[in-house]
Design a protein around this ligand. Structure first.
Ligand SMILES: Nc1ncnc2c1ncn2[C@@H]1O[C@H](COP(=O)(O)OP(=O)(O)OP(=O)(O)O)[C@@H](O)[C@H]1O
Length: 723
């Protein structure tokens, strides 16, 4: 909700406020008018553009992107102003707008441009050439407020940038969808947004520290600052489809479309987990040690060493073991089982051609020594083939040498097309389907014991005891992904296939449909939930390891055992990754954060809790109920909150076992969910039902920490006990 102008420091009289508002209104009017002109020009250019070649198509995509960005910029077209020590004035907005002529300074600087950075990072101690920072609050085309911060040391440094604008933004009612924060990003957040993309970055931050905000603004920044990333697109991974829905508006509102969002469960095209499984099995299957297990398993699928018998035109040829082994050694560096297979079978074809040629040369040599009957045999054999070029029709002495180059080419083609040869090679080195092979491995305790060196016999038996034929579980998906990667595409066209249909224009649907798409950057939200195998799945989608992971290790609820980031990521990211910390909580009021200290300790936290910047309008409160009355008590609490936060949102978090009963008593539009599902979400007011019950769930103290930190204004806890 727009706030009235806040008199602040240099704008401390009504007259000064009035004149600041008028000045900013004139600037905003000019920006709206320039945006309309730029959009008209773009429409005309697009109407005339023809997608004749790849370059023209790429240009059209860029222009459309720019059009989308400009159209989206209704809110916050201008949101800030920097007055320099040198008398310069620079206005900042959600998108850049050019000046009247090419020589003029931009009318509005894009928030992602390097010159905009002091807006987020200048302080009285380090003013970076800025005399005054002004936050301009707008409602569409109208300026509704200004907040000025002189950076000359005349104001105490609260540690917050644009405190008035920030607190106003934080006090707004929650709509159930996340909004953008370009105008009020804080210094430590901006450092993450603009961090070098070449080193994997892991951002630890407590609840409400803006990890999701930062991750999404980082995507927008990277696509702006590193246009080559846009060609490969950015993958955003979230914990659930509910969460993806919650954040869905942010990137389009920032004008970004080169983005695919997904959960780890839905990353493999055509595969959706449908089977629930126990946490013990999920933990076993999530371990990184499955990668060497799967490698050993795939190696075992290759044929044993030995001679290879093939038949062509009714003749038997046995390729010696040493030659076959040499062919396999030559293919040892091939990326996958199927690539190796394709390379080795090509080589085997050559060996067979050699063998045929050698035998013919031998027969000819013997013929020349006068064995007419042998020549007859040769002629009969050649006549039996469908290869006219090889059919010399010769009898006796008019055959005078080995095969010509043309003969050899024709023979090669014939060997490559021969069905019997193909069938023998298919049986020798079969094409394999990842799903079939994984199901076979997972349900065979002996195979698991052979290859899964890190599993105890009891663990292998536990994995193998899972039901067969009931679909995949969530922890099967990364195994399937890893195995599909090790096997490679059975029909793969070879290295470079990835780029065959890529003309520099990112199309989200095309990338999402490919398991092997290499993204320019991957952002992982709620990264503490990823198992070791899921981390490998992430890295597989970004071989350059340009990854930003944000999360709170203290909110982890999934089955894996990692309790610090090193343990969680080093298998997949190695030791090259960098950590950043977010320390200020923008969501949860101070009074609520104070309640979380003991919970965090019980959760085994090693992190300092974040510093809350807001206070609650209503102190956190308790209600008590017994096993019969609790649903009614929760419903009453929700009804009171719905009245107090009209136009806002109320949510309920409860132990999984109580959710069914709750859904019957809650009004439509009030979500009730487990702590696991509440991760990343927020409401104006939250009711936490049966906190003891939540704490008793697996990783329950972490879950309770999540539950308690979802509200922006009011928290109620309903204890369920014997009254
Ligand atoms: N700089 C900012 N300006 C305005 N609002 C902000 C800013 N940073 C964070 N917020 C708001 O604070 C709230 C919490 O942010 P966000 O959800 O990104 O936190 P989080 O660290 O991901 O939380 P969680 O750990 O619970 O998932 C959101 O409403 C977000 O819009």
């Amino acid at each position: 909700m727009p706030q009235p102008a806040t008199p602040h420091a240099t704008t401390d009289t009504p007259a000064a406020v009035g004149s600041a508002l008028a000045e900013e209104q004139a600037a905003l009017d000019a920006a709206w008018s320039r945006r309309a002109t730029v959009l008209d020009d773009l429409e005309a250019t697009l109407a005339a553009a023809r997608p004749e070649d790849a370059a023209a198509r790429a240009r059209i995509v860029r222009l459309r992107g720019r059009r989308a960005e400009l159209r989206q910029a209704d809110h916050g077209l201008v949101f800030g102003r920097l007055d320099g020590d040198d008398g310069s004035v620079r206005r900042l907005g959600r998108v850049g707008l050019p000046g009247a002529t090419e020589d003029d300074e931009p009318l509005v600087v894009d928030w992602r441009a390097a010159v905009a950075r002091p807006f987020y990072t200048a302080t009285p101690v380090d003013p970076q050439g800025v005399r005054r920072r002004r936050h301009v609050r707008t409602s569409g085309p109208e300026v509704v407020g200004v907040d000025d911060e002189p950076l000359d040391g005349s104001l105490d440094d609260s540690g917050l940038v644009g405190e008035g604008a920030l607190l106003a933004a934080l006090d707004e009612r929650r709509t159930g969808r996340m909004g953008t924060a370009v105008a009020t990003l804080q210094r430590e957040q901006d450092d993450v947004v603009r961090a070098d993309a070449r080193t994997p970055l892991v951002v630890q931050g407590g609840p409400g520290t803006g990890k999701t905000v930062v991750a999404l603004h980082r995507v927008a920044y990277l696509l702006f600052a590193l246009p080559h990333l846009a060609e490969r697109g950015v993958l955003v991974l979230g914990p659930s489809t509910r969460f993806l829905d919650y954040i869905a508006q942010v990137l389009p509102a920032l004008g970004e479309t080169a983005v695919v969002s997904s959960t780890c469960d839905t990353l493999v095209p055509g595969v959706r987990p449908t089977r629930a499984e126990g946490r013990d099995v999920a933990e076993l299957k999530g371990r990184s040690s499955w990668l060497p297990t799967l490698r050993r398993f795939v190696a075992s699928l290759e044929p044993d060493d030995g001679p290879l018998a093939l038949a062509l035109d009714g003749e038997e040829y046995t390729l010696p073991a040493a030659r076959v082994a040499a062919a396999r050694r030559a293919a040892a560096g091939a990326g996958s089982y199927h690539q190796a297979r394709d390379r080795v079978t090509d080589r085997v074809h050559e060996l067979l051609v050699d063998a045929v040629a050698d035998r013919q040369a031998e027969l000819l040599a013997r013929a020349e020594e006068g064995f007419e009957d042998v020549l007859g045999q040769l002629d009969a054999r050649l006549a039996a083939s469908d290869d006219r070029a090889l059919h010399t029709g010769a009898t006796g002495s008019d055959v005078d040498g080995v095969l010509s180059e043309a003969d050899l080419d024709a023979l090669r083609e014939r060997v490559a097309a021969d069905r019997q040869v193909a069938a023998t090679l298919d049986a020798w080195w079969p094409r394999r389907d990842a799903a079939t092979e994984l199901a076979r491995l997972l349900h065979d305790a002996d195979l698991l014991a052979d290859h899964g060196h890190d599993l105890t016999a009891a663990e292998a038996a536990r994995v193998a005891a899972e039901p067969t034929g009931e679909g995949w579980s969530s922890s099967d998906v990364p195994l399937l992904d890893a195995l599909a990667d090790l096997l490679g595409d059975p029909e793969e066209a070879g290295p470079g296939a990835d780029d065959a249909d890529h003309d520099g224009v990112f199309v989200a649907g095309r990338a999402a449909a490919r398991r092997d798409w290499a993204y320019g950057h991957v952002v992982v939200d709620e990264a503490q939930e990823l198992s070791g195998m899921q981390w490998h799945m992430v890295v597989r989608r970004c071989p350059t390891r340009s990854v930003t992971a944000v999360g709170d290790i203290d909110q982890a609820s999934s089955a894996h055992r990692q309790t610090d980031w090193g343990e969680a990521v080093s298998d997949a990211l190695g030791d090259r990754w960098r950590r950043a910390d977010l320390t200020i909580c923008y969501r949860t009021p101070r009074e609520v954060m104070e309640l979380t200290g003991p919970v965090l300790r019980r959760a085994g936290s090693r992190n300092d809790p974040p510093r809350a910047v807001r206070s609650a309008p209503v102190a956190p409160w308790w209600a008590e109920a017994d096993d019969a009355t609790w649903p009614g008590v929760v419903a009453d609490a929700v009804a009171g909150m719905a009245g107090r936060y009209e136009g806002g949102t109320v949510g309920v978090v409860a132990p999984a076992a109580r959710l069914g009963a709750l859904r019957d008593v809650l009004p439509d539009g009030v979500p009730a969910m487990s702590a696991t599902d509440a991760k990343g979400l927020e409401w104006d007011a939250a009711v936490v039902v049966d906190p003891d019950g939540i704490a008793a769930e697996p990783r329950g103290w972490n879950g309770l920490y999540v539950a308690l930190t979802r509200c922006t204004q009011e928290l109620a806890q309903v204890a369920v006990g014997t009254l």
